[in-house]
Write a protein that binds this ligand. Structure first.
Ligand code: 13P
Length: 263
């Protein structure tokens, strides 16, 4: 079993990576890892995630209350957002929030990442919706993100940044990296006259590959409410499917089932 100290070091490594890759400026961004049902490690508020050492990392319970924090450190101001992800997605073991330049530009322009433009992005992410704006550190962001959690493993936060989560810290970080790479390609291809989108048939073949690989997490290939209802999936609905009443209903039922199972 990996020790808690080792996980703290991994959080520092990923913090340095997101900082070095320009995915966060100054003290932006936050990272957390689930270590048991009621114990989570998270980055402290107000420090550069590029220069952390294991002593910086705080431990909180499932409600975000401090279990342990060294003098001078308090958990991230966005801990409520992280905890909402863990609460509503029991499969998630790590959450990464950053402000990558291209992805955040799309979030500021109000353009979700819905165009199928290259195989890896279609397989890894499907499409990425924008959760409605919320004031940082309040319940507004978790409430806005909640509606998308049952369908996606990455969301843009309107006028703010991006959120990615997965079954390991490295996988959550990779999601963030793929999301930013996809956003950059989409931006650049728009400058070159607009991307040639993959056809519906090609997208469907990529979804099939994803299913065959047995890839974990949520993806419109498996869970898009439209696709489940036999309608075109996210790549056909321009990211609006999860705001349909069908989508809301499915999300609501899934949340109730998770709550009833006591997870
Ligand atoms: P914290 O330093 O409190 O984690 O906040 C950084 C941030 O990016 C808020 O959105």
């Amino acid at each position: 079993m990996v020790s808690e100290y080792e996980i703290k070091k991994q959080i520092c490594d990923i913090g340095k990576r997101i900082y070095d890759r320009g995915m966060v400026a100054a003290n932006d961004g936050n990272i957390s890892v689930k270590i048991s049902d009621n114990e989570f490690l998270c980055t402290p508020t107000g420090v550069s995630k590029g220069f952390m050492t294991p002593e910086y990392i705080c431990k909180v319970d499932a409600d975000g209350n401090v279990i342990q924090a060294n003098k001078g450190f308090k958990p991230s101001s966005e801990i409520k957002m992280h905890m909402r992800v863990y609460k509503e997605r029991p499969d998630v073991k790590a959450v990464v929030h950053a402000h990558p330049i291209y992805a955040t530009s799309f979030a500021i322009a109000g353009i979700p990442l819905t165009q199928p433009i290259m195989p890896e992005a279609v397989i890894a992410l499907g499409c990425v919706p924008i959760a409605e704006y919320g004031t940082p550190s309040t319940h507004e962001i978790p409430d806005a993100v909640s509606k998308y959690l049952q369908y996606y493993d990455a969301v843009l936060l309107e006028n703010h940044g991006a959120l990615a989560y997965s079954d390991s810290l490295l996988a959550a970080y990779h999601k963030m990296e793929s999301l930013e790479f996809y956003a950059e390609l989409l931006f650049l291809s728009k400058q070159l006259g607009g991307p040639q989108e993959l056809s519906k048939e090609r997208v469907e073949k990529l979804y099939e590959i994803r299913r065959q690989f047995g890839m974990t997490g949520k993806h419109p290939a498996d869970v898009c409410p439209n696709a489940q209802a036999g309608k075109p999936s996210c790549h056909g609905c321009k990211g609006g499917c999860s705001s349909s009443s069908d989508g809301d209903l499915v999300a609501e039922i899934t949340k109730k089932v998770i709550a009833a199972l006591g997870k």
